[in-house]
Design a binder for this molecule. Structure first.
Ligand code: ZN
Length: 368
């Protein structure tokens, strides 16, 4: 295989997107052609391993101050619990776990950040996660609850050996929970892939839905929910046709206000959920147009990489590919004109040339 070289991207360029109109492409066009050829070969469903054992049961109690108390009944006894502590530039957030206990009063030792051990085996644990003070580096990659709303990501909220479980939420009065997962009649959710599962909670959530897509909006915005849903659905249909692959689930897009330092918006696409955080004080001339630009990128991440069966660090592959295809899509859907397309492409290529080309793709991926 021909060796391609790419620049190390900053972690900010991961599926956390920045508020620039279309981020600089940092990959040569020859890479995009290479990537596109392989894209159609590689695309298939990520198979979720469903464990045969009885799922664990989890109750998450949220308070309005931004603390989540987690009580879990495990499927089998354990004496070791480990929390995710680093993800896409965010580091050390397992320190938000407090007061970890095994039921029956057993002594549990914290041996390192996010690492807990006990002498005996236990099937019930409880702890609290402080979600009220996320740092700029952590958002939108980790769970948070601020000012009556929040995003919960099971990847950092539960120990990493929780593979399948049933979860129930206890929320402050007036709050609701929204997720791409269906709940049963008594409000329990079956989680089969916690690393990819995201839920939105808050006291002002409204849902707009059609047969292809769900949109959850927190709070009041200058755009109409149905127009935003239409814009996202148009992009979704475009990618379903482009890839000839229909997503085996109904995705959910959540638009949530969040005061961001230095950015107008940030987004994270995880599993079937796109979380778009927008600074509530920001001004866009054309809200639906701006949302559509964001959707051309984020919605494609539902396919690339989220539907690709790739092992390892392929950030160099999917981010550059997504930037390029999103730009072409914005042109085809007439969100931008041809001059804007060329100017963005030229700017991206100049940015590419301005960096030393001395890192292999594998090194670039590992160094991100
Ligand atoms: Zn991206």
């Amino acid at each position: 295989m021909k060796t391609f070289h790419a620049k190390a991207q900053s972690r900010k360029d991961n599926r956390q997107e920045t508020s620039t109109y279309i981020s600089p492409l940092r990959f040569s066009l020859r890479l995009c052609v290479f990537a596109r050829n392989f894209f159609f070969v590689l695309l298939f469903i990520r198979v979720v391993a469903v464990h045969a054992s009885t799922p664990a049961r989890v109750v998450i109690s949220i308070d309005a101050a931004g603390q989540a108390k987690v009580e879990a009944e495990l499927a089998s006894p354990s004496r070791s619990w480990s929390f995710l502590n680093a993800y896409a530039g965010a580091l050390g957030f397992a320190e938000r776990v407090k007061d970890f206990r095994a039921m029956n009063g057993a002594d549990v030792k914290k041996i390192a950040s996010g690492e807990y051990r006990s002498e005996g085996d236990f099937t019930r644990i409880s702890y609290t996660v402080v979600l009220s003070q996320p740092t700029p580096a952590e958002v939108p990659h980790v769970s948070w609850i601020v000012a009556g709303r929040g995003v919960l990501m099971f990847a950092d909220l539960l120990p990493r050996d929780f593979k399948t479980f049933s979860v129930e939420f206890k929320l402050p009065p007036g709050w609701t929970v929204e997720s791409s997962l269906p709940s049963d009649k008594i409000g329990h959710y079956e989680v089969l892939d916690p690393e990819k599962t995201v839920v939105v909670v808050g006291n002002t959530l409204h849902r707009e839905t059609n047969t292809k897509l769900d949109l959850v909006v927190s709070g009041a915005w200058p755009f109409k929910d149905d127009k935003a849903l239409d814009a996202a659905t148009q992009v979704l249909k475009h990618y379903a046709a482009l890839t000839a692959f229909t997503l085996p689930y109904k995705p959910l897009i959540a638009i949530v206000p969040f005061a961001l330092a230095g950015s107008k918006w940030k987004a994270e696409t995880r599993g079937a959920t796109i979380v778009l955080l927008i600074d509530p004080t920001v001004h866009f001339d054309t809200w639906i147009g701006q949302l559509k630009v964001i959707f051309t990128h984020e919605v494609l991440h539902l396919w690339v990489p989220n539907s690709l069966h790739l092992e390892g660090d392929y950030d160099w592959f999917f981010e550059g590919f997504t930037l390029y295809v999103a730009l072409r899509t914005a042109l085809e859907l007439k969100v931008i004109n041809f001059r804007g397309f060329l100017e963005t492409l030229a700017g991206a290529y100049d940015a590419y040339l301005s960096h030393p080309d001395d890192v292999s793709l594998i090194d670039a991926s590992e160094a991100r």
